[in-house]
Design a protein around this ligand. Structure first.
Ligand code: NAD
Length: 492
């Protein structure tokens, strides 16, 4: 029996707020099924949420770190208890298979617990006695944070912001994407109920609410994850009040396969396939184009297809044999298909990968059979654009310096990966302009929440995760007590 549609609310100053106007979120596996309803908040409601966060800030920023950590740990325990139920909801509204939704919860919990374990050390005062006197550096909360998140990883991309922001004494208003608003609302409901009213607020809506959250003078910081184009409007919207910003944006992550890579290493090939197609390719750090040394290109393609046909099993996210579900929304299907069609029209070969396990739902859901694109040119949209879907081009190269140059000429620099002998791969990695480079693995497989994550160039500003992910929610305040209080060169 199908689950009944649920209704989620906005949370303003600790109260669940319903609105007359709501929008529905469909199930991408079966778009006729409504998974739930979320409110369409107005600009005025966004202002109320910002005011609530602003009013709560003074007291919250003066609270003890021990108290904040205790509250966060209680929230984490409740999220753990609710994971089976909410990951099911996430799977239904998003389209990602259940194992993938549960994995998202596991990574989120790992980060929240890690942030709880290090916050005290990361923001404790630094006191230095030195030749010139004494200096104290304090780490002060920034203020009201507007958090805006995309649809692809709503639980991890919200908690990646909520945990450090609240633990360091900030208050927050968060806005999810209309393409995945339900599970994240449940999680925020849990967290917010552990904190004083106004500390964590939730509003739903589209660009008008987003514009208020990014331009309101009471907002001190913006923590945004989403597309590079949206980030550019956000920067403009925030310019009048010069807000502090962390931006985690798009990428066109390259995988460079060196000549010594062993194409018969089936585990490595499986990792490569997963790094291209996990979550149907809808992850910012998916390896979105593979460059393979020409000496192994043909055998690489042959073994890649073999590995892909084994791992890729498309169908119902609740079928335990399925590894890839539908794409999240129709626009994304159309966009990815347009890139594939463009490449095919220019003569590229498109190879379908994997098995369709549930053909009965394939045509009605937002499904796409994953594809490999061979013979595309370096400047084709399928190679230079972020496809964010289940397709990947493979291109040959002769000289690794050419691939590094091609990559570095692009506008993005989120993650990248190099596959081959470790020292050789590290030499190549050092030359790539990116926030992260993984060796012999890629995408979430090589992610470690203890280290900073973020992009360079148009892939982002600032870092999340790691100590830096906490420090991006504090301002350093230097209290200087110089031994010599006057400058000798200034005349009497
Ligand atoms: P998007 O930019 O379309 O939307 C992101 C969020 O911004 C949504 O909540 C949306 O409602 C809101 N928004 C839209 N217009 C706005 C405006 N003018 N002002 C304020 N907010 C506005 O992105 P998406 O399609 O939801 O997500 C996919 C993109 O996110 C991809 O480019 C992907 O690479 C990127 N992403 C990056 C990371 C990372 O960590 N670097 C992680 C996940 C996704």
């Amino acid at each position: 029996m199908a689950d009944k549609p649920i209704t989620v609310h906005a949370i303003i100053n600790g109260e669940r707020v319903s609105t007359e106007k709501q929008y529905s979120r469909e199930n991408p596996t079966n778009p006729e099924e409504i998974v739930g309803y979320a409110p369409v908040n107005t600009k005025e409601e966004a202002i109320s949420a910002i005011d609530a966060a602003h009013n709560a800030f003074k007291e919250w920023s003066n609270s003890s770190i021990d108290d904040r950590v205790e509250r966060m740990k209680r929230a984490v325990q409740k999220i753990k208890d609710a994971t089976p139920e909410i990951s099911r909801l996430l799977s239904r509204e998003h389209g990602k298979p259940l194992y993938d939704a549960e994995g998202e919860f596991a990574v989120s919990i790992m980060w929240m617990e890690y942030a709880c374990s290090i916050v005290k050390d990361v923001i404790k005062d630094q006191v230095q006695e030195h030749d010139h006197g004494k200096t104290i550096i304090t780490f002060d909360s920034v203020g009201v944070v507007s958090a805006i998140i995309p649809w692809n990883y709503p639980i991890s991309l919200s908690t990646i912001k909520i945990a450090p922001a609240l633990l360091t004494g900030n208050t927050m208003v968060l806005k999810p994407s209309p393409f995945a608003p339900l599970a994240v609302s449940k999680v925020i409901d849990i967290i917010s109920s552990e904190f004083p009213p106004g500390v964590l607020n939730l509003v739903h809506g589209e660009a008008d609410v987003g514009v208020e959250l990014t331009s309101n003078p009471k907002v001190a910081k913006i923590a945004f994850t989403g597309g590079t184009k949206t980030a550019k409007s956000i920067m403009k919207s925030a310019a009048d009040t010069l807000k502090n910003m962390t931006l985690e944006l798009g990428g066109n992550d390259v995988a460079i396969v060196l000549p010594e890579f062993d194409v018969n290493d089936s585990r490595a090939m499986r990792r490569m396939v997963i790094s291209n197609f996990l979550t149907a390719g809808q992850i910012c750090m998916i390896a979105k184009r593979i460059y393979v040394h020409r000496s192994i290109y043909n055998s690489f393609v042959e073994k890649y297809v073999e590995a892909a046909n084994k791992w890729i099993r498309i169908g119902d996210p609740f079928n335990p044999d399925v590894t890839i579900g539908p794409v999240n929304n129709k626009n994304q299907v159309n966009y990815v298909q347009s890139l594939i069609d463009d490449a095919a029209s220019k003569g590229a070969e498109v190879i379908k990968l994997g098995k369709i396990l549930n053909p009965e739902i394939f045509e009605t859901g937002y499904f796409m059979q994953p594809t490999l694109v061979l013979g595309a040119e370096h400047h084709d949209p399928i190679v230079v654009e972020e496809q964010f879907g289940p397709t990947v081009p493979i291109l040959p190269f002769d000289d690794e310096n050419d691939v590094i140059k091609l990559h570095n000429q692009g506008i993005y620099g989120l993650t990248s990966s190099v596959w081959g002998e470790e020292e050789h791969a590290i030499r190549v990695a050092r030359q790539i302009e990116a926030g992260t480079t993984m060796i012999n693995t890629a995408a979430v497989q090589g992610l470690d929440v203890r280290f900073p994550f973020g992009g360079v160039k148009q892939s982002g500003v600032g870092r999340e995760y790691g100590e830096e992910g906490l420090k991006s929610y504090v301002e350093m305040h230097v209290i200087n007590i110089p031994k010599h209080l006057e400058l000798p060169y200034i005349p009497e």
